[in-house]
Design a protein around this ligand. Structure first.
Ligand SMILES: C[S@@+](CC[C@H](N)C(=O)[O-])C[C@H]1O[C@@H](n2cnc3c(N)ncnc32)[C@H](O)[C@@H]1O
Length: 265
């Protein structure tokens, strides 16, 4: 366990040296007519939510609920059944042990959370997601018996306040492929509020997407589509410094990096 108060570890999910005009292609965002339709639909729906005074978070939760309702494409099913363990392995390398407590922020359909729940002592895992549909999907996949035996706390939340943890503190926070789907102000809120569930030795492992190389120190945010945000490490360092966290970037070898960013995006 790190001894510095409130540390945040950041792990990159992907990086290439492609020129900027190819970034949307590299991300897959504009490939295929189905994806283009989805982007147009996202844009219009988000504009409608904004006009009616509803937040990005409400919109994205609705979008995820709809995706959960639609189900997964058959070709992704084998991957879904096996992926997620790499996240647990990384946390174990960073000294996670069964007796520790872990909170997952943005756990989706429990792709990785199911591994954490199995590994940790009963009652030591909690997680939240803004999409009730995704959590329901995960609960069904895990099965009632297992959930009862392992007793995870799975919360459907509608803000980034962490007040829903009711003051409960954890040793580790894990969040993979979530910040890359949140606008700047929501990420800032989350980083600020995360400390409510951290004690002096807690650490958070958060992945962020950065698809392209930038000049050293460049603080750029690149909004790729309505639902995808690419940010530099320098941007995160600026936010984290304001809130009293230490930050370390983990350079996890490509073959060991968590996967899944694309599948539920
Ligand atoms: C790409 S999925 C990743 C899911 C999971 N972390 C994984 O690796 O399988 C992003 C998830 O983050 C959730 N999410 C997005 N914004 C959130 C927020 N502000 N609070 C909690 N969950 C959020 C989405 O509903 C979605 O389930």
């Amino acid at each position: 366990m790190p001894s510095t108060p409130y540390s945040v570890w950041l792990g990159r999910t992907a990086k290439t040296t492609l020129p900027s005009f190819l970034h949307p292609l590299a991300s897959g965002a504009y490939v295929g007519s189905k994806a283009r339709l989805q982007i147009a639909r996202d844009y219009l729906e988000r504009a409608f939510f904004r006009l009616s005074g509803r937040s990005y978070l409400e919109w994205y939760a609705r979008r995820q609920d709809r995706a959960a309702e639609a189900g997964w494409p058959a070709e992704l099913l084998p991957w879904l059944r096996t992926s997620g363990k790499e996240d647990l392995d990384i946390l174990i390398d960073l000294s996670l042990r069964p007796q520790h407590t872990l909170h997952g922020f943005g756990i989706g359909f429990l792709r990785c959370a199911a591994w954490f729940i199995d590994y940790l002592e009963p009652g030591n895992f909690s997680g939240n997601d803004t999409s009730g549909g995704r959590i329901k999907e995960g609960r069904e996949a895990m099965g009632r018996e297992k959930l009862l035996a392992r007793n995870p706390r799975l919360l459907v939340t509608s803000d980034n306040s962490f007040d829903w943890m009711e003051g409960h503190q954890v040793d580790y926070i894990w969040s993979h492929a979530v910040f890359s789907h949140m606008p700047d102000e929501d990420v800032e809120d989350t980083i600020r509020n995360m400390c409510k569930i951290m004690h002096a030795g807690s650490a958070a492992l958060v992945t962020y997407s950065q698809l392209y190389e930038l000049a050293p120190g460049e603080r750029r945010v690149y909004q790729q589509t309505t639902a995808n945000f690419q940010r530099t490490l320098a941007w995160y360092e600026g936010i984290v410094a304001q809130h009293g966290f230490d930050i370390t970037e983990l350079d996890v070898p490509a073959e060991r990096r968590p996967t899944g960013t694309r599948a539920s995006a």
